[in-house]
Design a binder for this molecule. Structure first.
Ligand SMILES: *Cc1c(COP(=O)(O)O)cnc(C)c1O
Length: 394
């Protein structure tokens, strides 16, 4: 099986699993217990927090464990908006193509009376700083803009955004779930106030993530109960998962340059081969993107059919189109970068990892063009395009 859906989730690294196992067996103590079994768990939990902080150039006191990226996004946004409301500030700025963990939280706040500005991401999938400056008002309490997009991989100018926000005393949160472990992330260098990450996107376990919250930036809990995580997140700590996340992040950080070079080389080989297919186009900026991510649209085909045929050939990929709950709505990300509905349906996202091999990429390059050709042969839309009854968009 060839796994090219690493933006969806990643294979857990063997060394990560091995680091976790003792906590699922003999070292099962509750980190809040006073006996030695509990205190050992507490010590290992704090060691893991230190490791994660050091990988991000943060202070350990700034790292709060959550159940994953979605919870970290929810907490950051709910906390900053609640603090904003206390100062009578009800305006939030975001981008048009955030992850649903951000977008759905903002939709909920809109129903409660907040006003949200969705910045255009243009054809290249990158916001314009001038648009951000123009959108800011004295009502703005939060800017939340993702570091790297999960569907098309484009990277935002995070450092510049943070600078603009701070000139206006506005909290800046970034969903860095696709960035952490894949590209260098230094919270001090970036100047962000809050940043979300998730372990299963960098060969760690699922169901664990963290929110970085800069010292001095207020943080309210989303989950009430015990005093864990300095009162910011109740619930018995998942020590095994936290240790797994720390091991995975250390591993990713140590090998980052090597992994990035490996991924870029293979990704670019894939891009070069696939853009030869006529009436296709890469989604988003070619240069300002994650090393492991690329997304392409093929005119005249259905992404879902493409995925099923790829699966038959042993290739796990994604369309990037959020076909959630059986709805046939095309991806909000592809619509946000201006792809017409029909074209957005014909998308394919291939995301690599350190485990991806050149032989796998070569295999994809022989299989994918043939499948696209086959799907076009049986496509009524392609027939109309060929006959000139409708015109090509790509
Ligand atoms: C995967 C992902 C999330 C959600 O993280 P979970 O840990 O799965 O909840 C949020 N944002 C982005 C950009 C993601 O890719």
């Amino acid at each position: 099986m060839i796994y090219l859906d690493n933006a969806g989730t990643t294979k857990i690294d063997d060394s990560v699993l091995n680091a976790m196992l003792p906590y699922l067996k003999e070292s099962y103590g509750n980190a809040s217990s006073l006996h030695s079994l509990g205190q050992h768990a507490k010590e290992d939990l704090e060691n893991a927090r230190n490791k994660i902080a050091s990988c991000l150039n943060a202070n350990a006191k700034e790292i709060f464990f959550t159940s994953g990226g979605s919870e970290a996004d929810n907490q950051a946004i709910i906390s900053a908006s609640t603090m904003g409301a206390r100062k009578n500030k009800f305006h939030i700025i975001t981008s048009a193509f955030e992850h649903h963990a951000v977008l759905h939280t903002l939709h909920k706040l809109e129903k409660q009376g907040f006003k949200v500005t969705y910045l255009d991401v243009y054809k290249n999938g990158i916001i314009k700083l001038d648009d951000l400056k123009k959108a800011i008002t004295d009502q703005t309490c939060l800017v939340t803009i993702m570091f790297a997009n999960n569907e098309i991989g484009t990277i935002q100018p995070i450092k510049d955004i943070a600078k603009i926000c701070h000139e206006h005393n506005i909290i800046f949160h970034t969903d860095a779930v696709q960035a952490v472990g894949n590209i260098p992330v230094d919270v001090k260098e970036l100047g962000v106030d809050m940043l979300s990450l998730s372990a299963h996107k960098f060969h760690g376990p699922k169901g664990i993530g963290a929110l970085y919250c800069k010292l001095g930036v207020p943080l309210l809990p989303l989950i009430e109960g015990g005093n864990q995580e300095n009162g910011k997140r109740a619930g018995t700590e998942n020590v095994a998962a936290v240790v797994g996340m720390a091991t995975a992040l250390e591993l990713a950080t140590t090998n980052l340059q090597k992994t990035m070079q490996h991924e870029i080389r293979l990704r670019d080989k894939l891009i070069k081969g696939l853009i030869k297919i006529e009436h296709s186009a890469i989604n988003g900026d070619l240069l300002n993107r994650l090393p492991n991510n690329f997304s392409i649209c093929f005119e005249g085909i259905e992404g879902e059919s493409l995925l099923l045929l790829l699966d038959d050939k042993g290739i796990c990929a994604s369309s990037g189109s959020a076909c959630t709950s059986g709805s046939l709505d095309p991806s909000h990300v592809l619509l946000a970068i201006g792809r017409p509905h029909d074209v957005a349906h014909g998308s394919l996202r291939l995301t690599l990892s350190k485990f991806t091999t050149e032989a796998e990429i070569d295999y994809c390059l022989t299989v994918i063009p043939k499948i696209v050709e086959y799907l076009r042969e049986i496509s009524p839309v392609w027939d109309k395009l060929k006959k000139g009854e409708i015109s090509y968009a790509l």
